[in-house]
Structure formats: structure tokens, C-alpha cells
Design a protein around this ligand. Structure first.
Ligand code: FE2
Length: 474
């Protein structure tokens, strides 16, 4: 059986004195008497042998602490007194009192020092014995040299079992490599290890998570380590991790579902707006192409003017609604092939305000933009338009853009009251009205684009490659 070291109270000095302590004190007494005998027998040495009383005094102090020191202090004082009497009182009372005082003082001091040291050792042993932390020392060869009771309690092995094999034999196979790395860090680099975690096998074959703090002692070639059982904490962390993973997966799935539903709702919203615009267009153009062309040409103009992608997308949704107010214009007027009377013309003009009212009050950005466009797409840059007679930048930008797109499309396509204009003629008319009916900047953007392209686009697929530099995806 390998020798083991215990940090318990049993090996600390305790009262009453152990046989060893009694033996040491007895030896000290014999030594003191022997010194006295030499001093009596050998007269030529005078009192010099009595100085050797320091040896039994120290021996008794180490063996039995303060009490051993005091016992020997009294004994050596008496022996010194006997020697003094036997030699007929040399040096008078001063000699005797100084020897007695010295013997008692040495016994007191050495005894007090030894007692303090014993008390300190008992305290250290007690703390190690009672510690809930696992305390161990190990040599540089990879063996434990001492373990405290918490260690054996936690793992279920006896101290002898733990000290009989390399400690890596108890480490989980997956943790052996990092454990050896941590040992090398200490033994070869002399560095401390903090919060190192590994799993140790218990007697029943399960594993416990230990968290270590360890420091090397290069002189003693020893590692001094303190560990704490953090198995419960690790299990909670693993549960928390699993819970978070499940939660994240759920959130991811829900977000995916939400995005899918949002996309469906967005598509339904676009479809509804578009069909609403078609309903209005159907009144005077059963080809439905006008709405589609306005949507695309207004978006192209908006992009050419440098509007953001989201505003361009908003324009695509809102521009088709510009004539929604035509739902309230009678067929007799709307489809009249000839020239309109003043009242009929006023009736037609009402579609701008009516369209805005139809779309008003919505929280939807597209409907809000549609309301703005419906109300302002017949306003003129010079203030001669309707319904409010706004001028210049008083007219919302979306309305100014749709105004150009709408008129150009109306000119280049046949209507009940007029034939289609050639594209060049229509483009010339747009230029002529620059600064009059139309915002000069919008006309400039119009001119930078291909008028033939604007005249025919009814669908993004109709856009020639060279002209399709803007994003058409809604
Ligand atoms: Fe209109």
C-alpha cells in the first residue's frame, strides 16, 4: 500500500500528549540531567556545560509546545540551582537568578513558538479537512500526492486509489488532451491555470465536471490545485443552451412563416391596388395597357430623377391609381368621342378630387401616395392646372412625374376623341410644355430616356436591355 498523507486533525498535536511527545520530553529530561552530571563531575569546565541546557529546552518545546518548554525551563532552573549550591554559591545570587531567568525565558519563548506553529498547522489541516472544494497536490510525473476528503467524497474513490494511478486515468477521454496541455503549461512554462474545466470519472463510472485553479511549485516539483464540482452548473448551462437553440429555431421558423405571410399579404395588396386601377381604366381603355405603361414609365422617370429604390417601388404601386376617380365620371362624358362641353369638362376634372377622396384616410403608404398623385397629376407647373391650381414645387413630386407619364402616354395612344400621335411629335409636345405644364426637371429626365421606350412599355419584359438599368422587381 502506498503511503498516504492526511491533512486531518488526527496527526496534529492534540491533548493529552501522545507517547511520542512523552518520549521526546523524557529524552529532553534525560539530556538535561546528563548535562548537569557532566557540569558537576568535570569541575574545570566551570558552568560552561550548563549552556547546553538550550538543547533539551528546544527538544521539549518542539515535542510538546509551550508546556514542554516550561517543564524543561523549570527543570533546568532547578538543576542550575543545584549546581550553584554544590559549587558553594559562585557568583552569588546574581549568577543563580540570571541562569534561572534564562532557562525559564528560553523554555517560554521556544515553547510559545512551537505551540504557535502547531496551532497554525492544525488550522491548515482543519481547513483542508473541512473544505468543500477539492484540494490536491500532484507531482510533475502526473500522480496525485495528496487529496483532501472532499476529493474522495466527490469521486467516490479512496485516497489510496486516487494516488495509485496517473490522474489522467480518471479524466474523461475527450478531456485528456486539454488536461495534459494545462499540465504542460504549468510544469514547463511555470504558469498558473485558472478556471480550467474537465470531467473526472467517479467510482460508479459516471463523470463529474471539475473547474480547476492550479499553481506550480517548481522547487518542490509539485502542483497545488483546488477544484470545484461544477457538474450542476454545467448541466444547467447545457439545458440553457438547448433551450436557447430551441427558442432560436422556433423564432427562425416563426419569422420565416411571418415573412411568407407578409409576402402573401404584400402580393395581395399589390394585386388589389392594381385591380382597383384596372377597374378605373376599364371605363375608357379596355386594353388595360395604359395602367401598366403609366406604372412603368413613372417608375422609370422616378429612377432617372434619382429617387430611392423604395420610392421607385412606391411609385410603381401608386401611379396606376392616378385616375381611380374616373369611376365616378359618367360613361356619357368619359366615352364621348367629340369635344366636351364646359360642364362635361368640369365633370371630367372632378375625377382628380374624387380619386383623392377614394384613397384618403389610409395608413398604407401606397394609398397615401396614390391619393397625392390622384389629386395632383393634373396640376400645372405654371399654376394653370386643376383642381387646386398649385404651381411649381407646391405640386407633389409624384404628381409632377405622373403628369408627364400620363400626358405622354395619352398622346401616343389612341383615345375616343383623338388618334395616336407619332412618338416624336408627342415628345416634342412634352418639351414644349416644359416649365408650363410640366416640371422642367422631370422633362429633362424624360429627355434622357428613350421616348420610344416610354411609349411602348407595358411590361418590364418589353424594356430593351440597353434601357433596363433600373430595378423592376416590385
Ligand atoms: Fe387623370
Amino acid at each position: 500500500m502506498l503511503p498516504t498523507r492526511s491533512f486531518g486533525l488526527r496527526e496534529a498535536m492534540a491533548r493529552p500528549p501522545s507517547p511520542i511527545q512523552i518520549g521526546i520530553v523524557g529524552l529532553a529530561v534525560l539530556l538535561a540531567v546528563a548535562i548537569f552530571g557532566v557540569a558537576v563531575v568535570v569541575e574545570r569546565f566551570g558552568d560552561a556545560p550548563l549552556f547546553l541546557f538550550a538543547v533539551p529546552l528546544a527538544l521539549a518545546s518542539i515535542g510538546w509546545g509551550l508546556r514542554g518548554g516550561m517543564v524543561l525551563g523549570v527543570l533546568t532552573s532547578l538543576l542550575a540551582g543545584a549546581w550553584w549550591v554544590e559549587r558553594s554559591y559562585p557568583g552569588g545570587g546574581a549568577w543563580l537568578s540570571s541562569r534561572v531567568f534564562t532557562c525559564l525565558l528560553i523554555g517560554l519563548l521556544l515553547g510559545w513558538f512551537a505551540e504557535s506553529r502547531h496551532r497554525l498547522m492544525r488550522a491548515i489541516a482543519h481547513h483542508r479537512e473541512c473544505s468543500l472544494d477539492l484540494i490536491a497536490t500532484a507531482n510533475f510525473d502526473g500522480y496525485f500526492t495528496a487529496v483532501n476528503p472532499a476529493f474522495t467524497r466527490t469521486l467516490g474513490f479512496t485516497a489510496e486509489e486516487l494516488l495509485s494511478a496517473p490522474f489522467t486515468d480518471f479524466v474523461h477521454p475527450d478531456d485528456v488532451e486539454p488536461t495534459i496541455a494545462a499540465i504542460v503549461k504549468q510544469t514547463e512554462q511555470g504558469r498558473d491555470v485558472f478556471n480550467f474545466q474537465n470531467r473526472y470519472r467517479t467510482k460508479d463510472g459516471s463523470y463529474r465536471w471539475l473547474e480547476w485553479m492550479s499553481s506550480p511549485d517548481p522547487i518542490g516539483r509539485e502542483l497545488i490545485a483546488v477544484a470545484r464540482d461544477v457538474t450542476d452548473r454545467k448541466q444547467l448551462e447545457e439545458l440553457e443552451h438547448e433551450y436557447k437553440q430551441r427558442l432560436e429555431n422556433n423564432v427562425r421558423e416563426r419569422t420565416k412563416e411571418l415573412n411568407r405571410r407578409n409576402a402573401e399579404l404584400e402580393e395581395a395588396r399589390r394585386e388589389t391596388l392594381y385591380r382597383l386601377a384596372l377597374a378605373a381604366e376599364y371605363r375608357d381603355d379596355d386594353t388595360f395597357k395604359h395602367t401598366e405603361r403609366i406604372r412603368n414609365s413613372a417608375a422609370l422617370l422616378a429612377a432617372e430623377l434619382g429617387l430611392t429604390e423604395s420610392d421607385v417601388a412606391l411609385m410603381r404601386d401608386a401611379a396606376p391609381l392616378h385616375d381611380i376617380g374616373k369611376l365616378g365620371v359618367s360613361d356619357a362624358v368619359l366615352l364621348k368621342p367629340g369635344k366636351l362641353t364646359a360642364d362635361e369638362f368640369e365633370h371630367v376634372r372632378w375625377h382628380a378630387e374624387l380619386g383623392a377622396r377614394i384613397l384618403s384616410g389610409s395608413s398604407s403608404h401606397a394609398l397615401q401616395a396614390g391619393e397625392e398623385i390622384a389629386r395632383s397629376h393634373h396640376e400645372w407647373w405654371d399654376g394653370m392646372g386643376y383642381p387646386a391650381g398649385l404651381r411649381g414645387e407646391e405640386i407633389p413630386l409624384f404628381g409632377r412625374i405622373v403628369a408627364v407619364a400620363d400626358v405622354f402616354d395619352a398622346l401616343t395612344h389612341e383615345r375616343p376623341y383623338k388618334p395616336a400621335w407619332p412618338v416624336d411629335e408627342a415628345a416634342k409636345e412634352i418639351r414644349r410644355l416644359r416649365g408650363l405644364q410640366f416640371d422642367p426637371q422631370v422633362v429633362d429626365a424624360f429627355e434622357r430616356l428613350d421616348p420610344y421606350l416610354l411609349a411602348v412599355i407595358a411590361h418590364p419584359h418589353d424594356v430593351p436591355r440597353a434601357a433596363s438599368r433600373h430595378t423592376w422587381a416590385a
